[in-house]
Ligand binder design. Sequence first.
Ligand SMILES: [Zn+2]
Length: 87
Amino acid sequence: MACKHENFNASVGVARIEDKGRFLAEIRITCRDCGVPMQFMGLQPGMNYDGATVSLDGLEARIGIHPKGQRPNPLQSLLGYTISAHN
Ligand SMILES: [Zn+2]
């Protein structure tokens, strides 16, 4: 009988890109019942420390993250807030 994929395991790793001082959250999700990995949709492959991308096999989403307060949050960006010091 085909698995309906009703339960999931999710893992999030954090990668530190040491020479750039940047961070990426690496997300994987698998079906807990049959072990099939879930493929992420709608993301470009590659690396983007200021956005979201996906591995070439589609199974790992990578999202740029940064310590709170060092970059404008979405509300501050909407208000035109800028921070002059960038890595
Ligand atoms: Zn399943």
